[in-house]
Each structure stands twice: as C-alpha cells, then as structure tokens.
Design a protein around this ligand. Sequence first.
Ligand SMILES: [Zn+2]
Length: 327
Amino acid sequence: MSAPYPWLDAPWQRLLATRTRPAQALLLAGPRGVGKSELAQAWAQALLCEAPQPDGAACGQCPACHWFETGAHPDFRLVTLQEKTGKEDETRMATTIEVDQAREAVDFVQLSTYRAGFRVVLVDPADSLNLAAANALLKVLEEPPLNTVFVLVSDQPRRLLPTIRSRCTRLDIGLPPAEQAAAWLAGQGVDDAADLLALSGGTPLDAQRFAESGDLDERRSVLEGLARPDRLDPVTLGERWKAVSPQTWHNVAYKWLGDLLAVRLAGSVQFNRDFAEVLAGLGKKADLAKLLALARTQANEGRTLTHPLNRALQLEAWLAQYRHVFD
Ligand SMILES: [Zn+2]
C-alpha cells in the first residue's frame, strides 16, 4: 500500500521505517484537511497486518487486514467523537471525548492481545479529549503495555495537555506544496483547482469537499451580491439568503471580509482569487474602521453558529452594516 495521498509519501516512509520498533505514543500533528486521519489509519493497519510487504506497509489481503478494513480488528480501538442523542431525540456530534471512552481504551490495553502482534489505540481528534479523559490516558501513555501503540491525531496540538505532548513522538504533517495539491485535485476531476485551494487555505481535502458540496454555487451567489454594495438591498437579500446554512454563510462572509482587509492592508487577495479584481476595487473604497468592526463581529459569530429565530432579519442587519462600510 502506498501513502494515502501523494503529499504524505515522506511521512509515510518515515513511519514504515519504524514498523518493527514503532513509537509507542505517536502524535500526528498538522493543519486540518491534509489527511492525517487517513495516514493514522494506514499506519494502524500496517502495524496490525500479519503479512506486511517488504517496506512494512499492510498487505491488504490477510485476515488482519480484512478485519481492520471492516472495522472489526479485535486489537484496534478508535477513540473519537461520538453521536449523542439529546432530550428531544435529535442526534448531534459530541464536542469532547469523554472520560468513559478513555477508560475503556485503558482497560483494553491491559488485556492480552487477541492476535500475536501489536495492539493499536487511535485517538482522533486528540485535542477533543476533555481534561478527565486526557488524565486517564496519561497514565497508560507514561508506561504503555508491551506491544501497544497509541496514535494521537491533532489539528491543534497546543490544546493537548503538555504532559501528553511530552510523552509522544511527534510527526508534523505540513500543507502540501500548492502545485502537488492542485495536480492531485485536478486528477480527482476538480475544476479550478488552484482557486479552490486558495479558498480552502491550501488544504486539498477541504478543497475537494468544497468542490463536491453544493456550497460553491451558494458561495458564488452570495459573493455576487456582496460584490455590489452600492446596489445591495438588505431586505431582499436577507430573505433570499436565509436558506443558506449558517456555517456556509459564516465561512463565505468571513473570508470575503478577510480578503477586503487583506487588499486594504497588504494589497493582495488571500482566499477569493476568482473575485480578485472586484475585491481590489472594493478594498480601496472601504472605511477601515467600519470594516474592522464588521470583521470582528463576524469572527465572534463563528463561535456560536446556531440558527437564530429570525435569520432573515439578522442577515438584513448584517447587510446594512456591510453597505455602510462603503458609504
Ligand atoms: Zn495484511
């Protein structure tokens, strides 16, 4: 098996070189959307495979590989965010990994292994461990049982307990070179790969998700509205855009404001390259103090992305404030 994505080849080879004596606590750190989870899964499978290839990668054929791929390997545990059922039977994703999940993993590593090889616990995303869960894990990370490998995956390693970080061998995964990421996206059938990459902060998997979702059309329609503040009617647009999901709206508006600031302060667009000309013109006209105030409000709104009672009214107020930036 080769690396899950071409830009992961170097870290993948580094991991495989340790296949016979792997780090017992490994931290895979790096920005989101670069494939850390997939790398961690491939590494876990390589460790559990019972007929590894000469380079140490999993064979994909043996019983262990088969169990792993069906999520049934008895010596593997994934500790991750779980779905929760609320009071009104609605399901949502938990925002933290709870202590009982960590305790279950700790109990699991105290048992003897089912097969003769390694036992692997994958914690992903590790920065979601709550304090009690992190402390429960810390004990086994200090002295992992024989043949036990912990793999922690994190976009925000600084949010991990320092004591957990210090127990781990860290492998940093960076953003891929833009050309390599764009070539890969093009190979996946994504048009405008370079623009999409810029829009996704250089992360190819986010760019791919973006291309596959319906968000691109919504983004374009929103940006075409924002591009003409002089003609913008807050009431009409508030009504029209209330159907756009708060998440999409927030991302689109946040990056648009970010680009206006970037144009104003640094002279170049960071995210919305396809609107570079429009942004350059608007950036010059924008009142910096008003623009900063709006961008700050937008950043704060990102922390509480819920459906307000009257979405149209809220958008209307935002659009009126946006229009004033260019008065
Ligand atoms: Zn195998």
